[in-house]
Design a protein around this ligand. Structure first.
Ligand code: C5P
Length: 297
């Protein structure tokens, strides 16, 4: 038996890191939206156990993606087996399109895709709350991928609720042009830079006021864009702010970095012709970059 699960990327439209916690993680208030662009995870039961005697194995079409126990797909599978006692031989095949070190949540999304695939193969052993508990244990960004819609994230990212309907309406049908330079940014590095700089945090009450103003108003998606992880990343990777500023000036687009980077995006207006925008980004960053237009879920 096999199932194939779509594993979407996400972007953060609003990301306010509010402070460092005693456990080393950071508290944040964020609005994130899954995209119609992502990876695909196939899970197939049967076949032999791996040489090491394990029941879960992973193949990936991209050589640079680690397919060993460090991959969140296999960590998620172990967590699922431990929680449910369901432990059949499963081969995962991951078709990877989301770049790594991108701030697009690829690894977290793959982990949730694995949980969903195993839940289906096992006859829905876990209900929504059980899946959510496992997802939260796998990574701060995982729970958002259980909602298939724009969400507000709090805590270290694992406390997730759907956006109010009126706010979701203002995001509906919008798309973004994603562009990532040839380098990635490691999430722990980016948070480490915020700690070292110490000046970028937005206190939680201010973050909540800022978000509430957008949620309670009628401003378009453009006015939601905010990311206070940008200064730490931009200090080292100057190409990012230079490009964003040019795109804002030359095309009038709203643009930001997603998560801890290095992917940035421009929000597109309905029916906006993007060929000139794409050509300009290629002109400035070269052809060896990742670029993709995607719609918000
Ligand atoms: O939860 P996840 O494994 O995705 O986090 C990766 C790293 O990013 C953590 O080890 C931590 O250094 C940093 N992080 C953080 N605060 C968050 C999320 C991640 O400091 N809310």
């Amino acid at each position: 038996m096999d199932v194939t699960v779509f594993s979407p990327a996400k972007i953060n439209l609003f990301l306010a890191v509010t402070g460092r916690r005693a456990d080393g993680f950071h508290d944040l208030v964020s609005v994130a939206a899954p995209l119609d662009f992502g990876d695909e995870l196939k899970a197939e039961t049967g076949g032999r156990r791996t040489e090491a005697g394990g029941v879960f194995s992973l193949e990936c079409d991209q050589a640079e993606v680690p397919a060993d126990g460090s991959n969140l797909v296999l960590k998620a599978a172990e967590a699922f087996a431990n929680a449910t006692g369901w432990r059949e031989t499963v081969r995962f095949k991951l078709t990877k399109r989301i770049p790594m070190g991108a701030g697009l949540g690829g690894g977290s999304s793959n982990a949730v895709a694995a949980l969903r695939a195993l839940n289906r193969l096992s006859g829905d052993r876990l209900e929504a709350a059980g899946l959510e508990r496992l997802a939260a244990g796998l990574g701060s960004d995982c729970v958002l991928f259980l909602r298939d819609a724009p969400v507000v994230m709090r805590g270290r990212g694992e406390r997730v609720e759907l956006l109010p309907v009126a706010a979701t309406e203002r995001l509906r049908g919008r798309s973004a042009l994603l562009f990532k330079p040839g380098f990635g940014i490691s999430t722990p590095w980016a948070y480490g830079r915020m700690v070292a700089r110490g000046t970028d945090y937005l206190p939680a009450p201010e973050a909540e006021t800022k978000l509430a103003a957008w949620l309670g108003g009628a401003a378009p998606a453009e006015e939601l864009l905010f990311n206070n992880m940008e200064p730490a990343a931009f200090e080292k990777y100057l190409a990012l702010p230079v490009l964003l500023e040019k795109l804002r000036r030359e095309f009038g687009v709203a643009a930001a970095m997603s998560g801890s980077g290095s992917t940035c995006y421009a929000l597109l207006r309905d029916g906006q012709v993007t060929s000139a925008l794409i050509a300009r980004i290629r002109e400035l960053w070269g052809t060896e970059i990742f670029m993709r237009e995607a719609r918000l879920a």
